[in-house]
Design a protein around this ligand. Structure first.
Ligand code: HSE
Length: 376
């Protein structure tokens, strides 16, 4: 049982600076909730010249991220660097050394989640990633823990805040480029915003969702994706005249014949939950055999919302360490089955003659009764 847990933070950007700030300012509440004391031992940064919150203790900064992972007094590594260039090696190194890891890295989980989860399990280390999918919405816990006793039929939603921010701003008459620049200013967009607008980010998230929902080693390069870069003002306006909004929808469902998954801009009826999103709001719809249809809605991007999810995972890991418990909370994703290929399926949806490039979203596809139709 641990009395003081050593914490190392990798990354101090939009999310990391929020996490660091709160680990320092809200120590009392985090320690009370988790039941253990912790010590923030180091913060790995990339750019020592960048301006940062004055509340952060400078002595904690280091440019040597490996030294944080290798420090034998660091029990818990929080990775918020993002991308896979450095983060993949560091997370793997941390898990190999038996460190517990909390990460918000969807690229990493989307591309390498099955392998990293196997590594974590082999070292009896925690690998938690609530912040990787849909920001503040607790979809990882919902699928991996709350619904671990049910059978999930489908998960679909709007999971990229930048796309929603751009599409909803275009509805108000703003141009694509100015809407993207605003999303970048507000800290929603990725370092490479091409990942947002080309659907790469949403593909990572739906792959992680497939891993959790179906216990399958689905990885993001296998997901069919279309981005929003070719959506025009004219399309947005015409969709509205027809009673639709254009939203970038990500969806996955398991049928007896395999996994269907796709991300693309589609037409969504104005009254639908997916259409009623604006700015960086995400919405995720889960259909489960016994629980039925669940809708989760919240802020999907930005430093504070993502830090909230990261800190929730931190409290869970601290609490388990304080109790001397092992990490067996991963539900279906404990041992992922090898996935069959995923097939795109939006071409099975209907279209209008006015906007033939866009499928019309239909919830019926995500219901068990319609799965028979899909398979017919
Ligand atoms: N760029 C992402 C988005 C950030 O816009 O949703 C949150 O994952």
């Amino acid at each position: 049982m641990k009395t003081t847990v050593g914490v190392g933070l990798l990354g101090c950007g939009t999310v990391g600076s929020n996490v660091a700030d709160r680990l320092q300012r809200e120590r009392d509440i985090i320690e009370r909730r988790s039941g253990v004391r912790y010590e923030l031992r180091a913060i790995a940064i990339q750019d020592s010249l960048k301006r940062r919150s004055s509340a952060l203790e400078r002595r904690l900064f280091t440019r040597d991220a490996r030294s944080v992972v290798d420090d034998p007094h660091v029990d818990l590594v929080i990775e918020v660097i993002g991308g896979t260039t450095d983060a993949a090696e560091l997370v793997e190194r941390a898990l190999e050394r038996g460190r517990h890891v909390v990460t918000a890295n969807k690229d990493l989980l989307g591309e390498q989640g099955p392998r990293l989860q196997a590594l974590a399990a082999s070292r009896r280390a925690a690998l938690r990633f609530e912040g990787a999918v849909a920001g503040a919405i607790p979809i990882v816990r919902t699928l991996g823990e709350a619904l671990a006793g049910d059978e999930i039929l489908s998960v679909a939603g709007v999971v990229n805040g930048t796309c929603t921010a751009i599409l909803s701003a275009m509805e108000e008459g703003a141009g694509f480029d100015e809407s993207l620049a605003r999303a970048q200013r507000l800290g929603y967009a990725e370092a490479d915003p091409g990942n947002d607008v080309e659907g790469v980010d949403a593909a990572h998230k739906i792959a992680v969702i497939a891993q959790l929902a179906f216990g399958l080693a689905v990885i993001s390069p296998r997901i069919a994706r279309t981005g929003i870069s070719s959506v025009t003002q004219r399309d947005v306006a015409r969709a509205r005249m027809l009673g639709f909004r254009i939203r970038h929808v990500a969806a996955v469902l398991r049928t007896p014949d395999g996994v269907l998954a796709e991300v693309a801009p589609v037409l969504v009826a104005e009254s639908h939950e997916f259409a009623r999103t604006a700015d960086a709001e995400n919405v995720v719809q889960v259909v489960a055999r016994d629980a039925g249809r669940l809708i989760l809605r919240g802020i999907g991007a930005g430093g504070a919302a993502t830090a909230s999810a990261v800190l929730g995972d931190v409290v869970t890991v601290l609490h388990a360490l304080g109790q001397g418990r092992g990490f067996d909370l991963r539900g279906r994703s404990n041992s992922l089955e090898t996935a069959s290929r995923t097939e795109p399926f939006f071409d099975r949806l209907s279209r209008t003659v006015e906007l033939p490039n866009y499928a019309i979203w239909d919830d019926a596809l995500t219901n068990v009764s319609m799965q028979a139709l899909v398979n017919a």
